[in-house]
Design a protein around this ligand. Structure first.
Ligand SMILES: Cc1cc2nc3c(=O)[nH]c(=O)nc-3n(C[C@H](O)[C@H](O)[C@H](O)COP(=O)(O)O)c2cc1C
Length: 403
């Protein structure tokens, strides 16, 4: 299988991405942190939830549209921020943002993108959110936020789960660093992937030079030395809720706190004025050994679901996974690796393929459950007794019921 056109699910797209990307880039995208316990558990937890399908319901006229922040969108997903997405495809961030705009879903640009935010905004359109990693020098981060506002971004996603760089030893083994530099270790890897070398790396070298973080202000760019990918952010271990409050004062649009894993922190984020919490363990890329966000989602929905939007991510590979999160009260699901496999397989068209596969799977799952839309889906659609499922869900009503 070599083309995204013959991919029939996200796993197929992953296989294509694996064959096209140098091992160092593929592992940077695909893998987690330390022993990858969190990463594997994210998927296992989603798979362990069981449905209770109802039959002989008229499910013609289905719709998977939702309202997020009061704005209608065609599907219950948004694209998660993924730093260095531009290494999987030349200007991959623009490709991904265009696919999102065409699908009518929001796209989140990472602080650590290979394409400058102004270019993504002018060339992609659609609903754009900007993800912020705070730097120790707050004033530089505040300037970045102002740039995002001026560029027309509608949402600010503040990542709160990474006070220190994660441990990702495979990047060291693979010799993958940013700013990207060619070493003896990764040269063979790249030479054995000539298509990537010609269509991705060479194009950067002929245009903007070695791929680097294009959103970083020159003060920061100068300070960055080549470090293993995932460690090259000067992350901030003194960040507190005061910083979120300060961002609330500065940012006039939607503010989201990403990386919340407890109801206590969800309440604090809401108290600071956040409009949404994103229940996420970063796809198993930061703390190894957490509960899966899908397991934490119900308690966060119950704690703050009436005050703020509750969004979830980590491990979503099937439309049925997304339907499970929606049944548990999520407002939307962020998609990370699934669409990255898509751009790695075929740029904008590959990302569109990934989104389309998820759309079809969501539609099929809704029909098979006896639901026409998300208003008719709630926790009663999931098995809730010990015999039926491994998890017991607290009862709560669906946010779309009655819409
Ligand atoms: C290659 C890659 C880079 C990422 N970079 C960022 C980032 O810069 N900021 C951030 O908040 N999350 C980042 N994430 C985490 C995603 O936003 C998201 O939480 C995660 O991918 C969701 O899990 P999934 O990949 O299983 O869908 C990254 C994830 C991947 C796979």
């Amino acid at each position: 299988m070599s083309s995204y056109r013959t991919a029939y699910n996200i796993h197929d797209l992953r296989e294509i991405a694996m064959s096209r990307l140098p091992k160092g880039v593929f592992e940077f995208v695909d893998r987690g942190t330390e022993d990858e316990v969190s990463m594997r558990h994210n998927i296992a937890a989603l798979q362990s939830i069981r449905f209770r399908p109802r039959t002989l319901v008229d499910v013609s006229g289905r719709s998977q549209s939702v309202e997020l922040f009061g704005k209608p969108q065609k599907m219950p997903i948004a694209i998660a921020p993924t730093g260095s997405a531009g290494l999987t495809w030349y200007e991959g961030e623009i490709a991904l943002a265009r696919a999102a705009a065409a699908a009518g879903i929001p796209f989140t640009l990472a602080t650590g993108s290979m394409t400058a935010m102004e270019r993504v905004a002018s060339e992609a359109g659609g609903t754009l959110w900007f993800q912020l990693y705070m730097w120790p020098d707050r004033s530089l981060s505040h300037k970045l936020v102002e740039r995002a506002r001026l560029a027309g971004f509608e949402g600010l996603v503040v990542t709160v789960d990474s006070p220190v760089p994660p441990a990702r030893e495979y990047n060291l083994h693979n010799g993958f660093t940013l700013p990207f530099s060619i070493t003896r270790r990764n040269a063979t890897d790249m030479l054995t992937h000539p298509r990537w070398l010609l269509t991705v790396l060479s194009r950067y070298l002929l245009t903007t030079g070695m791929p680097r973080y294009q959103n970083y202000p020159s003060e920061m760019k100068q300070k960055i030395t080549a470090l293993p990918m995932g460690r090259s952010m000067a992350l901030n271990d003194s960040l507190t809720w005061d910083d979120l409050r300060e961002l609330r004062k500065r940012w006039p649009h939607r503010l989201m706190a990403k990386g919340v894993l407890t109801a206590e922190d969800a309440k604090l984020a809401a108290d600071c004025g956040a409009d949404a919490v994103i229940v996420s363990n970063h796809g198993g890329r930061v703390v190894d050994g957490t509960r899966a966000p899908i397991e934490i989602l119900p308690e966060v929905v119950d704690a703050v679901g009436k005050r703020v939007e509750v969004i979830v991510d980590s491990g979503f590979r099937r439309g049925s996974d997304i339907v499970k999160a929606m049944a548990l009260g999520a407002g939307a699901v962020l998609i990370g690796r699934a669409t990255l496999y898509g751009i790695a397989s075929g740029g904008e068209a590959g990302a569109a393929r990934a989104i389309n596969l998820l759309r079809e799977e969501i539609d099929r799952t809704l029909a098979l459950l006896g639901c026409t839309n998300f208003a008719t889906l709630d926790r009663s659609c999931l098995a809730d007794s010990k015999e039926e499922s491994q998890t017991q869900w607290p009862k709560a009503s669906n946010r779309y019921a009655g819409l």
